[in-house]
Design a binder for this molecule. Structure first.
Ligand SMILES: N[C@@H](CCC(=O)N[C@@H](CS)C(=O)NCC(=O)O)C(=O)O
Length: 221
């Protein structure tokens, strides 16, 4: 049985839970981080010296970094389901996995921290403007790709769709000016048909402000 440490409203935890659901791997989860705390305790820091969620334990393996965890799970369980077996699809999956983490995640994170997780008087307006523009440029790039492919790795769903999907779902909920991305929206519709996405991501409502965020965190514990 795998153990996951992390609160359900963390996008990085959601990626791991979604992967486990897709792979049909049994797991238990401990609430850590945010209002639950625990992530700066010595025991936790021994598992993840960064003091962040998620962490997983799989027998004698304990690891942190959500994308690495998703890759690990995909390689370890039900080969070929999330990690493409064919090398060209694997290349595409890895490419978008990395792209999401390096480019899209920081922009979405800035918007999340300023629009949702800060009181209005503490928001950094210039960071919001920059991240809105940046994320707009990025989703147009992703939209162009997905216009020509069923999934980010080509014909089949893969771990790239998990990482992109968890982030894009959050982005699509922000009350900001977003460019039209009709192909990404179609792809998002397809994700919503997946039970694993509904259980790991959609089951946690998107918050509209800090009070909402704190309430949802407790309610979905
Ligand atoms: N690169 C790390 C980032 C992890 C991260 O930033 N986690 C956030 C939540 S999304 C966190 O632990 N925040 C502190 C907290 O929840 O208390 C990963 O992908 O796992």
């Amino acid at each position: 049985m795998i153990t996951v440490w992390g609160r359900k409203n963390s996008v990085n935890v959601q990626k791991v839970l979604w992967a486990l659901e897709e792979l049909d791997v049994p797991y238990t989860r401990e609430n850590v981080g945010g209002s639950f705390g625990g992530n700066k305790d010595a025991d936790y820091l021994a598992m993840n010296p960064m003091g962040l969620v998620p962490v997983i334990r799989d027998g004698d393996v304990t690891m942190f970094e959500s994308n690495a965890i998703v890759r690990y799970l995909a390689a370890r369980f039900r080969a070929g389901v999330l990690r493409p077996a064919e090398h060209q699809s694997l290349a595409m999956a890895e490419q978008w996995m990395e792209w999401a983490q390096v480019n899209f995640a920081p922009a979405v994170g800035t918007l999340q921290m300023n629009l949702i997780r800060s009181l209005p008087e503490h928001r950094d307006q210039s960071a919001i403007v920059t991240a809105t523009e940046r994320s707009g440029e990025l989703v147009k790039i992703a939209d162009t790709w997905i216009a020509r492919h069923d999934w980010f790795a080509g014909h089949d769903f893969s771990f790239a769709d998990i990482v992109m999907g968890a982030l894009f779902w959050r982005y699509a909920g922000f009350d900001i000016q977003r460019p039209a991305t009709p192909h990404l929206m179609e792809w998002l519709d397809a994700l919503q048909q997946r039970e694993a996405f509904r259980r790991a991501v959609m089951a946690v409502p998107r918050a509209k402000d800090l009070a909402d965020w704190n309430r949802i965190e407790k309610e979905t514990a």
